[in-house]
Design a protein. Structure first.
Length: 136
């Protein structure tokens, strides 16, 4: 769910793949935006295991990436060199990238952002204000 803040800043409620797409789009466009969540431990710019699990969980648990990686492994373990190898490799690569494309975009672009966390007493949610780092 996306709302506009009183100053026009986009507010994205962090919860599922739809919100990930909105975050990735805002980061690609180098916008300032707010991520709203009730999870105190989640840090959108953090490199900790908990935050990584939250990103992957919102993307669907990484299922698509896992299936794609499995197809790649099976392609190379197949004892018969056939045309199936090429199909499995191409299909596995596409599935891996499709499942992780949004996450990869966020992980690469988030290094260009700085953040401040606040607690909104009205909503009872933690809000991460993300803004692009200035170019110098």
């Amino acid at each position: 769910m996306t709302d506009q803040n009183f100053d026009g800043t986009k507010k994205i409620e962090y919860k599922d793949k739809t919100s990930l797409n909105e975050i990735a789009k805002a980061m690609k466009n180098k916008e300032t935006f707010i991520i709203s969540t009730d999870d105190k431990k989640f840090n959108p710019l953090g490199y900790d295991r908990y935050s990584a699990d939250k990103w992957i969980g919102a993307a669907g648990g990484g299922t698509m990436m896992l299936i794609g990686a499995g197809a790649l492994v099976l392609a190379f373990l197949d004892p018969e060199p056939t045309t199936k190898l090429g199909t499995l490799v191409i299909g596995g690569t596409i599935m891996t990238l499709a499942g992780g494309g949004v996450i990869i975009t966020i992980l690469i672009t988030r290094a260009k952002y700085k953040s401040i966390m606040t607690f909104n007493k009205e909503t009872g949610k933690y809000e991460w204000i993300l803004e692009p780092r200035s170019r110098k």
